[in-house]
Design a protein around this ligand. Structure first.
Ligand code: NAD
Length: 500
């Protein structure tokens, strides 16, 4: 294993010197206008992997010009038979599959997630890309009878140049979630990856060129949020911005859209998702579902089941099981195939997670497992389980985005629904019970974009995904993703024909 990793590491260095350090505009890898660069860091050891060109407003302007040209009337992209647009997307999926190990390696180096998880992310990305490739030639208009001698035809038009801003927790997968529907509908795009994880996006841009996407259709501008990200949100000629990230930044994206050109906005934001465990379950199985719900991706998951509500009758037994699972979790080198949890993304997130763990201790929660940083190199955190958590504690209210399970006690359905909904978030939720009536009652009442029954994180390309309340606006994936990338349901322009 170690030898294999060594080879992959060498490959990464070789490629990085060829092109992954630059911006990707109009099918070319170019330096930033400012000439500035920023470091991308390996969170497992805190060392610099590569220096990346730092895009800002001037580069976003260049990318918008390229994307506008690619979207212009009679351009290659606008006139392409939708079937061939789908074929291009399948070709990109083929190339990603060819280089799956390489992309997963970049992802693990840059993000710190276990290599096995990175492989799963890339596979999920391929499935999503192929799902959307299938949509290209199935975006149908309608024929509306408007009288005996006339009929109205509608066309569903792509929204145009789209800006996309994504976070660092699933860098490749989030990219595909954004590219899939935008390309399927015939938009052109400018993507800004998170500053912590630009590598897989730049490599995938190279694959898009290899697949044959016309120049300007896909542009990638790595850089910081307040500069490159804000330039996208404020740009007067970007017609839509698709953002995934924190609720705080989501607010500023909407303000920028409103102040500039009323661009369409879709937002996938944070969460503090409840997972409710009733007393009629196999406690061991329920504890395992809850463990995966919170610890997957080191807790750096917008859907993380970060409030585990457990019925009082099984509470003590559940806590015992949860504690054991966390104590057994293997934390370490993300390239080691036994590792289940790598480092948190950066020093800032490490400090935030440790700060929240300390607040839990101070506010009277009981540490059952973990509770500290692990080691002194890299940004590792011990898998942490708190019992005796109450609703008023910070660990029960704030998005931690780390491997911290908060276990709360409840007694009745009405009580748990009220407490589950007592948050400004509403992204995801789960319920574990053998009683379908209880599951349905909870599903109907919980204010969340997804409700999983006896499972968690069951996300597929064909299923809509998004948040209630301050967890977001709009839905991604499935047909909803396609709708979000075209002009809205009143399609433009209706074309009336006289049949007389
Ligand atoms: P973040 O909001 O800080 O950053 C996300 C992206 O926005 C990055 O590319 C960043 O550079 C950019 N950005 C930052 N400030 C900006 C600004 N002023 N203008 C424009 N862009 C700006 O979030 P993060 O810390 O990278 O990611 C974690 C957050 O993302 C969590 O809250 C998590 O719940 C959320 N998230 C949500 C989903 C979802 O689908 N709902 C998925 C993944 C992550």
């Amino acid at each position: 294993m170690a030898k294999q990793i060594q080879i992959k590491y060498t490959q990464v260095s070789r490629y990085s010197h060829r092109f992954i350090e630059c911006l990707f505009i109009d099918n070319e890898f170019v330096d930033a206008v400012s000439g500035r660069k920023f470091s991308t860091i390996n969170p497992a050891d805190g060392k610099v992997i590569a220096e990346i060109s730092e895009g800002d407003k001037a580069d976003v302007d260049k990318a918008v010009e390229a994307a506008k040209k690619a979207f212009s009337r009679n351009s290659k992209w606008r006139t392409m038979n939708p079937y061939f647009r789908g074929q291009l997307m399948h070709k990109l999926a083929d190339l990603v599959t060819r280089d799956l190990e390489y992309i997963a390696t970049l992802e693990t180096l840059d993000n710190g997630k276990p290599y096995t998880s990175a492989v799963e992310d890339v596979q999920a990305g391929v499935a999503t890309l192929r799902y959307y490739a299938g949509w290209c030639d199935k975006i149908l208009g309608t024929t509306i009878p408007t009288g005996d001698t006339s009929v109205t035809l509608t066309r569903k038009e792509p929204v145009g140049v789209v800006g996309q801003i994504i976070p660092w927790n699933y860098p490749f997968l989030m990219l595909i979630w954004k590219w899939g529907p935008a390309l399927a509908t015939g938009c052109t795009l400018i993507l800004k990856p998170a500053e912590q994880t630009p590598l897989s996006a730049l490599y995938t841009a190279a694959l898009a060129k290899e697949a044959g996407f016309p120049a300007g259709v896909i542009n990638v501008i790595p850089g910081y949020g307040p500069t490159a990200g804000a330039a996208i949100a404020e740009h007067p000629e970007i017609r839509k911005v698709a953002f995934t990230g924190s609720t705080e930044v989501g607010h500023s994206i909407m303000i920028a859209a409103g102040k500039s050109n009323l661009k369409r906005v879709s937002l996938e934001l944070g969460g503090k998702s409840p997972l409710v465990v009733f007393d009629d379950v196999d406690v061991k199985e329920a504890a395992e579902i809850a463990y995966n719900a919170i610890f997957v991706n080191h807790g750096q998951n917008c859907c993380a089941g970060s409030r585990t509500f457990v019925h009082s009758k099984i509470y003590d037994e559940f806590v015992k099981q949860a504690k054991q699972l966390a104590l057994n979790r293997k934390v370490g080198d993300p390239f080691d195939s036994n590792t289940e949890q790598g480092p948190q993304i950066d020093q800032e997130m490490l400090d935030k997670v440790i700060g929240l763990i300390n607040s839990g201790k101070q506010q009277g929660a009981v540490v059952e497992a973990g509770g500290s940083r692990k080691g002194s190199v890299g940004y590792f955190v011990q898998p942490t389980v708190f019992s005796n958590v109450t609703d008023d504690m910070r660990i029960a209210k704030e998005e931690i985005f780390g491997p911290v399970q908060s276990i709360l006690k409840f007694n009745t359905m009405d009580e748990v629904i009220e407490r589950a909904n007592r948050t400004n978030y509403g992204l995801a939720s789960g319920v574990i019970t053998r009683d379908i009536n209880k599951a349905l009652e909870f599903a109907k009442a919980v204010e969340a974009g997804s409700v999983w029954v006896n499972c968690y994180d069951a996300i597929t390309p064909q299923t809509p995904f998004g948040g209630f309340k301050q967890s977001g606006i709009g839905r991604e994936l499935g047909e909803y993703g396609v709708r979000a990338a075209r002009e809205l349901d009143s399609p433009l322009p209706p074309l009336s024909l006289s049949l007389s």
